[in-house]
Design a protein around this ligand. Structure first.
Ligand code: TXA
Ligand code: MG
Length: 350
């Protein structure tokens, strides 16, 4: 299949191109598009055939539910049952934006879209291209991240092109995304709302709006590897680069020394080794290929670059990768959640 690539400048949107892409979705086809978090792979959320095509294009297990993207709060009311009061409060505070709510669904959304679950994940994205595409299609758009299953989520159109070209009808290239980590998922079907996937909107921000919020213990960190996460997608090996990634934690000086030593040993055994460092530390390494993820004091920059850096390591054929730890104050939990998964929880204390 030929994949049509549309170039759309989010600041001066060409509405005719949006309409052409929207028509593909309305007719049952798939179009990848930018959101403020990562690129999504969209299809009509009410069409079981589109859901099946999404799973096939990504190579994703069909029991892993998709997120339904809307462009009006009333669409949530249209597909939900027993909507709790917290839904409206959260929507008022964070929509449009990088937050996904899980609620009980009615029969308008087929089980194919929700991976067989009676609940549905719903998000109202803030990216102008995403909003225009949903509006012009007249559909709600089911969209997982637009990567091949198991690879890091795409933050640029070229990432999507590399993974899905020839497997989908369209790709809207709207430039780089802003946030770079997938949305925060909050499950409102629990007695106490629970974060199933940490993201840019953190626990504290949610609690300010609706009171107590828990975090699924399975997404918290290294010690919980054996607890099964509630979001099916969080159970699979995910975000993984092809190289063997290890995270090195501890005092900065010790981390640098430990990475230097291990990278030296890898090079001595002829392994290609990559190092994920920060602006503050990148000059300190003499071994391996060093990629800078950003300024340690700018956690938005680290989040924005994480998946692209992991993909770059793949493109360079790195066999072993060492990363510094990025437990930053506000979105460090989200960053480390993705990094730990990418590293299959291999952490070295320096
Ligand atoms: O930022 C995002 O959320 C991006 C953009 C494209 O909007 N989308 C995204 O979708 O990350 P995806 O499919 O890659 O991740 C959706 C996650 C999966 O872990 C899935 O298991 C979980 O949401 N999920 C979806 N519906 C669910 C449900 N009803 N119950 C529990 N988990 C659910
Ligand atoms: Mg994904």
């Amino acid at each position: 299949m030929e994949t049509k690539r549309f170039h759309i400048d989010p600041e001066h949107m060409d509405i005719d191109k949006i309409r052409e892409a929207a028509k593909i979705i309305r007719e049952g086809g798939l179009v990848a598009f930018p959101t403020e978090t990562v690129y999504g792979l969209g299809g009509d959320a009410k069409d079981p055939g589109a859901a099946k095509a999404i799973y096939a294009a990504k190579g994703r297990p069909s029991d892993n539910p998709l997120i339904v993207h809307i462009c009006d709060y009333r669409q949530l009311e249209e597909i939900a049952v027993d909507l709790p009061k917290t839904a409206k409060k959260l929507a008022d505070a964070f929509w449009p934006g990088p937050m996904t709510m899980i609620v009980k669904k009615n029969s308008k959304i087929p089980l194919e879209t929700t991976g067989g679950l009676e609940t549905v994940a719903v998000r109202f994205p803030s990216h102008p291209v995403a909003m225009a595409l949903i509006r012009e299609s007249g559909c709600m758009i089911a969209a997982p991240s637009a990567n091949t299953s198991g690879r890091p989520s795409p933050t640029k159109a070229d990432h999507v092109w590399g993974d899905l070209k020839g497997k989908i009808q369209g790709l809207i290239d709207g430039g780089e995304v802003e946030i770079g980590l997938e949305s925060t998922i909050i499950d409102l079907t629990e007695e106490v709302p629970m974060i199933l996937r940490p993201g840019y909107i953190n626990q504290e921000m949610l609690e300010e709006v609706i009171g107590e919020v828990r975090v699924d213990p399975a997404v918290l960190g290294t010690e919980n590897v054996h607890v099964k996460p509630k979001a099916p997608g969080m159970r699979y090996k995910h975000y993984a680069p092809k190289g063997n990634l290890k995270i090195v934690t501890g005092d900065e000086e010790k981390v640098i020394a430990a990475i230097e030593k291990m990278a030296g040993e890898d090079e001595a055994s002829d392994r290609k080794v990559g190092i994920i460092a920060t602006k503050e530390t990148k000059e300190r390494y003499t071994k391996g290929v060093v990629l800078c993820i950003g300024d340690r004091s700018n956690e938005d920059e680290i989040a924005h670059n994480l998946f692209a850096v992991l993909r770059e390591m793949d493109d360079m054929g790195m066999e072993t990768i060492y990363s510094e730890d990025f437990s930053t104050p506000r979105i460090g939990q989200a960053i480390m959640n993705r990094l730990l998964k990418a590293a299959a929880h291999q952490v070295i204390e320096a």
